[in-house]
Write a protein that binds this ligand. Structure first.
Ligand SMILES: *[C@@H]1O[C@H](CO)[C@@H](O)[C@H](O)[C@H]1NC(C)=O
Ligand SMILES: *[C@@H]1O[C@H](CO)[C@@H](O)[C@H](O)[C@H]1NC(C)=O
Ligand SMILES: *[C@@H]1O[C@H](CO)[C@@H](O)[C@H](O)[C@H]1NC(C)=O
Length: 839
C-alpha cells in the first residue's frame, strides 16, 4: 500500500473504530539494575520502535495505577515517527506518580513524549496537565493539542536534564491541571537516561565575572543543532540518544554562509577534557562559516534566532572544531548572544591547540524577551588572516527559575501550516458531507489529521482557544527563525517590520510601493478587480504608473499567516529572474499591509484551464509546452541559482500562464534554500499542500529537491487526467489521483481515466513517455525519482514524439548530466533569457 492510501485508510477506518480499545495490563518492568528506563506508557509488552530501541511497559513503576487508565489512539497519523510509544497512552484523571530508582548523585535526561489525538471518547483539546519531578515543575497547564497545532507537529517531545535527588529516587508526578475544568493528563512515553555531568558554571553574558550556578539546576532542551550538518538520529548519537537537527531553519535572513565537511584526511580527536558524550563526531565534522569573501563577511553577522520563553536564564553551548585552518590568528571572531558580546576574539585553534580537536564553550544569558539571538562576526582587532567565523554545533538549554520552575504558557496559535487548497467555494464539501468523511472529534486534534483531505481545512480555520498567554513554543524542533513576529505585532507597530527584516540586497532589488499607489491602482481594492483568492489573501488586477498591468497580492490583514511567507517571497524572487519564474516587481508594507506586486499573468493559473471552469480545453501540445516551461523553472531553482532552492509548494495553482501561454512558477512563500555544497537535505516541518506532498518528506521531515519532483509528478497526472490531486467526494480508491493513476497504469487502463478531451488525440508514444515520466516522479523513495533535468528532457522528448512521431530528433542518454547538456544545446537561445542576479 502506498503511504497515501495508508493515510486515507486510517481516516476511513476511523469510522469503524469508534470504540476505545482497552488493554489488559500484564506486569513486566525493567529490572532495577537497568541503567536507563524507556517506557511506553500503557503498553502491555516490550516493543521496538522504528529506530530499534526497546520500550518497556510502565505499569509497575506507577505507585498508584488505579488513578489511571490505558487507551489506544484511534488514528495513526502518517507523520508519527513510529507507532511505539505513540499509539497507546496512559490517561490520568487524578494525581499519579511514577517512582523510578536512579543512581545516587547521577544527573539524567528525562524525556516525555506526547501524541495529541483522540483516545477513547476523550477530547484532545480537554487535556491540560502538570508534571512535577523531584520538586521541579516541568510542565504546568500544558496542552499537547495547542502545542502540536502551533508547532505543526504531530508528536511532542520535551527533554529535561534533572539533578539527582539525594535519596536516589525519581518521582514523576502527572496531574490534570487544577484550573481547567474536566481536564485530564496523559503521556505516551517516558525516557530516563543517565548522563554525565556535562554542565559547569557558565559566565553570565553582560555581567563581568558573574557565573550562573548549574549544579543544583534543572534544564530543558530548547535547541540542539548540528550546525552545517544533517539531522542525527537518537541511535546515532554518542550513547545519550539525543536528536540533533539541521540548523538552517533557524538562520536569520538570507545570509546562510557556507557549510562544509571535514576532509577525509582530518581525524577528529577528542581531547582529554572533552568527553565523547558531549557531542558525537558528526557534529564536529561539519561546520558553517561565513563564506570566502572578506568584504561580505565584514558587513554581516552570521545569525541564528530562536523562539524561547521570556524571563528565564538560558545556557548556550557552542561546539567548535576547526576543519580547515591550522594556525592561531587565522580565523578570529566575536560571539554575540542577544546583542551582547559573549566572547571577543574567539579563536578555535587557540582554544583547541590543533585542527580536528573539539572544544565547546558555554555562555549564559537572562532573556527578558521571547527571542534568543546568536550571532558571529569576524574580529578585526587582532588582524587575523581571514575575516571569517565558524560554528559546528549549538545547544540551548533553559534553566529553572529560582522557584524550581521550568514551565511556561502554551504557545499561541500559529498560522495554519498547510496551505488550504484554493478550490472554489462551490466545490467544497458542505459541513455535513465533511462530517461523513472525518469524524468531528478529530478537528480538535492533531493538525496532520485535521487537514487530511486537503479542502477541509478551508473552513476549519476558526481560531482555537489558546490560553490567552502569548508565549514561545517551548519546543525545539526546527522553527523558522522569523516565525515569531506575528502580523498582529506588525499592525500595532505600524510600518517597516518587514523591510527591517529584509536583507539589503532584496530591499535594493525590488521597488517599494506606497499604499496610496496600490490603492489607486486597484480602485481601492475593489472586489471587481479580484482575480484570485488564496491562503495568503486576495489577488487583484491593477495598474501601476497608469499603464502597466500587474497582479497585486494582498495579505488578509486579519490573518496571522503571512509575514514569513511575505519575506521569503521577496527574498527569493528579488534575486531570481528566469523566463519561467513569475517576476516580482515590488512590494508595499504600510499600515500593517503586506502587499506584493507581480507581473500580470493574463491566462491565470494552469488549473483553471484543466477542470472546473468553462475555459476551452488545452490541446495536448499546449499542455506539454506548459509542463516543459514549469519544469524548466523548477530545474533552474534546483540547479541554476547559487543555492539549491526547493519550492515546496508545486501545484497547478502555482503554475501561471502569461498572455503567450508561457508557464511561470509562482508562490515562493514556502521555499527553502539548501546549500548545494555538502548538505543533501533540509530538515524541517512539513509544509505544502495535501495531495502534492512527498510521502518521504512527510515520513522523515527531510526536504530535498526530490520533494518538488514528486509534487511535479502529481501535476503531470493532473494535466493528463484533468481532475484534482485529491477529491474526497470520489469513491475511496479514487480519492488520491496519484494512487488511482498508478493503479490504472498497472492494470494498463490509464487511458480510461485521461481527460476525455484528449482521448484518441495523443500519439501513443508521446503518451507513454509522458506517463512513464510522471510515474517515476511519484516514486515512493526520493532516490528513485528523476531529477528535474531528466524530467525536462523526457517531456521534451514526449513533445517531439507528438510533433514528429516518425523522426524524433533527440537522443537518449543514460547520464542525467549528459542529457541535460544535450537538451540545452538543442533548445537554443531560450535559456539565455534568464540572468541570475545573485552571484
Ligand atoms: C552584529 O551583531 C552585533 C551585536 O548584536 C551588533 O552590534 C553589530 O552591529 C552587528 N553587525 C552587523 C554587521 O550587523
Ligand atoms: C579543554 O582544554 C583546553 C586547552 O587547555 C581549553 O582551552 C578548553 O577550554 C578546555 N575545555 C573545554 C570544555 O574545551
Ligand atoms: C533551580 O532550582 C533549584 C532548586 O529550587 C535552585 O537551587 C537553583 O538555584 C535554581 N536555579 C536557578 C538558575 O535559579
Amino acid at each position: 500500500m502506498s503511504s497515501n492510501t495508508r493515510f486515507l485508510f486510517f481516516i476511513f477506518s476511523l469510522l469503524l473504530t469508534l470504540n476505545s480499545v482497552f488493554h489488559i495490563v500484564s506486569q513486566t518492568t525493567p529490572s532495577d539494575s537497568d541503567a536507563s528506563y524507556i517506557l511506553a506508557c500503557g503498553a502491555s509488552t516490550d516493543a521496538e520502535d522504528t529506530d530499534g530501541r526497546t520500550w518497556k511497559p510502565d505499569s509497575q513503576l506507577l505507585s498508584n495505577s488505579g488513578n489511571s487508565m490505558i487507551l489506544s489512539a484511534h488514528v495513526q497519523d502518517p507523520s508519527l515517527p513510529s507507532t511505539i510509544p505513540y499509539m497507546t497512552a496512559r490517561i490520568f484523571t487524578s494525581t499519579s506518580t511514577y517512582k523510578i530508582l536512579v543512581a545516587k548523585g547521577q544527573r539524567f535526561w528525562l524525556r516525555l513524549h506526547f501524541y495529541s489525538t483522540s483516545y477513547g471518547t476523550l477530547d484532545p483539546s480537554k487535556s491540560y496537565l502538570d508534571v512535577i519531578a523531584n520538586g521541579f515543575t516541568l510542565l504546568h497547564n500544558f496542552s499537547a493539542s495547542i502545542t502540536a497545532q502551533a508547532l505543526t507537529q504531530v508528536s511532542i517531545m520535551k527533554e529535561f536534564s534533572l539533578v539527582p535527588a539525594q535519596s536516589g529516587d525519581l518521582d514523576i508526578t502527572f496531574k490534570p491541571t487544577l484550573e481547567q475544568k474536566d481536564a485530564y493528563a496523559f503521556v505516551n512515553g517516558i525516557e530516563v537516561i543517565p548522563m554525565p555531568d556535562i554542565f559547569k558554571p557558565a559566565p553570565l553574558v553582560g555581567y563581568n565575572d558573574q557565573f550562573v550556578e548549574v549544579e543544583s539546576s534543572s534544564f530543558q532542551t530548547i535547541a540542539r543543532l548540528n550546525v552545517g550538518g544533517q539531522f542525527i538520529l537518537p541511535t546515532d548519537d554518542s550513547g545519550l540518544t539525543r536528536t540533533w537537527y539541521d540548523d538552517s531553519p533557524y538562520i536569520f535572513s538570507a545570509a546562510f554562509g557556507v557549510t562544509y565537511k571535514a576532509d577525509k584526511s582530518i581525524k577528529i580527536q577528542y581531547p582529554s577534557n572533552v568527553s565523547k558524550e558531549i557531542a558525537p563526531l558528526d557534529v564536529y565534522n561539519t561546520a558553517r562559516s561565513m563564506g570566502p569573501n572578506a568584504n561580505i563577511n565584514i558587513n554581516y553577522n552570521l545569525t541564528w534566532v530562536f523562539q524561547i520563553d521570556a524571563k528565564f536564564t538560558y545556557l548556550v553551548r557552542f561546539h567548535f572544531c576547526e576543519l580547515d585552518l591550522e594556525k592561531v590568528n587565522q580565523r578570529v571572531f566575536n560571539i554575540f548572544v542577544n546583542n551582547q558580546t559573549a566572547k571577543e576574539n574567539a579563536d578555535v585553534i587557540e582554544w583547541a591547540e590543533s585542527q580536528g580537536v573539539p572544544v565547546y564553550k558555554d555562555y549564559a544569558v537572562y532573556a527578558s524577551d521571547e527571542d534568543l539571538w546568536v550571532a558571529l562576526h569576524p574580529s578585526v582587532s587582532t588582524k587575523p588572516q581571514y575575516y571569517d567565523a565558524i560554528l559546528n554545533g549549538l545547544e540551548i538549554f533553559k534553566m529553572n527559575d529560582t522557584r524550581g520552575n521550568l514551565a511556561a504558557p502554551n504557545p499561541v496559535q500559529s498560522p495554519m501550516p498547510i496551505q488550504a487548497d484554493d478550490a472554489p467555494k462551490k466545490f467544497r464539501p458542505s459541513r455535513s458531507e465533511r462530517a461523513a468523511h472525518v469524524i468531528g472529534g478529530i478537528s480538535g486534534g492533531v493538525v496532520g489529521c485535521a487537514v487530511v483531505a486537503g479542502f477541509f481545512i478551508c473552513f476549519t480555520k476558526e481560531k482555537r482557544k489558546g490560553d490567552g498567554n502569548p508565549s514561545s513554543r517551548g519546543n525545539w524542533l526546527p522553527l523558522y527563525g522569523r516565525s515569531h513576529t506575528s502580523t498582529s505585532n506588525s499592525t500595532t507597530s505600524g510600518k517597516s517590520i518587514a523591510s527591517s527584516q529584509l536583507s539589503s540586497v532584496a530591499a535594493g532589488l525590488c521597488r517599494h510601493f506606497s499604499l496610496s499607489e496600490i490603492k489607486h491602482g486597484t480602485k481601492n481594492f475593489s472586489e471587481s478587480q479580484v482575480i484570485g483568492v488564496g491562503g495568503f489573501g486576495k489577488v487583484y488586477e491593477g495598474l501601476i504608473d497608469g499603464k502597466t498591468k500587474v497582479a497585486i497580492k494582498r495579505s488578509n490583514p486579519s490573518s496571522e499567516q503571512g509575514l514569513d511567507e511575505f519575506l521569503t517571497e521577496i527574498e527569493m524572487l528579488s534575486r531570481l529572474r528566469h523566463k519561467h519564474l513569475v517576476s516580482l516587481i515590488g512590494f508595499c508594507e504600510e499600515d500593517g499591509e503586506m502587499i506584493l506586486v507581480y507581473d500580470y499573468m493574463a491566462n491565470g493559473t494552469l488549473r483553471e484551464h484543466l477542470y472546473r471552469s468553462n475555459k476551452p480545453a488545452l490541446s495536448w501540445q499546449q499542455r506539454l509546452a506548459i509542463c516543459i516551461g514549469a519544469a524548466r523553472g523548477l530545474h533552474y531553482l534546483h540547479t541554476g541559482a547559487r543555492y539549491t532552492i526547493i519550492h515546496r509548494d508545486v501545484k497547478t495553482t502555482n503554475i501561471l500562464l502569461d498572455e503567450k501561454w508561457v508557464a511561470k512558477v509562482s508562490d515562493f512563500g514556502l521555499s527553502k534554500i539548501g546549500s548545494n555544497l555538502h548538505q543533501t537535505h533540509v530538515s524541517t516541518m512539513v509544509k505544502g499542500s495535501f495531495g502534492y506532498l512527498d510521502p518521504e518528506y512527510f515520513r522523515r521531515q527531510q526536504l530535498t529537491e526530490k520533494s518538488d519532483v514528486y509534487s511535479f509528478g502529481v501535476v503531470l497526472f493532473e494535466v493528463l487526467c484533468a481532475r484534482p490531486a485529491l477529491n474526497p467526494l470520489l469513491p475511496m480508491e479514487q480519492v488520491s489521483l496519484v494512487d488511482w493513476a498508478l493503479h490504472c497504469q498497472r492494470k494498463g487502463i490509464l487511458e480510461d481515466i485521461i481527460d476525455p478531451h484528449l482521448k484518441g488525440k495523443i500519439n501513443p508514444l508521446s503518451l507513454r513517455k509522458f506517463t512513464e515520466t510522471a510515474e517515476k516522479c511519484v516514486a515512493d523513495q526520493g532516490l528513485d525519482r528523476p531529477t528535474m533535468g531528466d524530467v525536462l528532457w523526457n517531456l521534451e522528448f514526449s513533445l517531439q514524439l507528438e510533433k514528429t512521431p516518425e523522426q524524433p530528433k533527440m537522443v537518449s542518454y543514460n547520464n542525467a548530466d549528459d542529457t541535460y547538456a544535450t537538451y540545452t544545446a538543442m533548445s537554443g537561445t531560450d535559456e539565455d533569457s534568464f540572468v541570475s542576479l545573485e552571484k
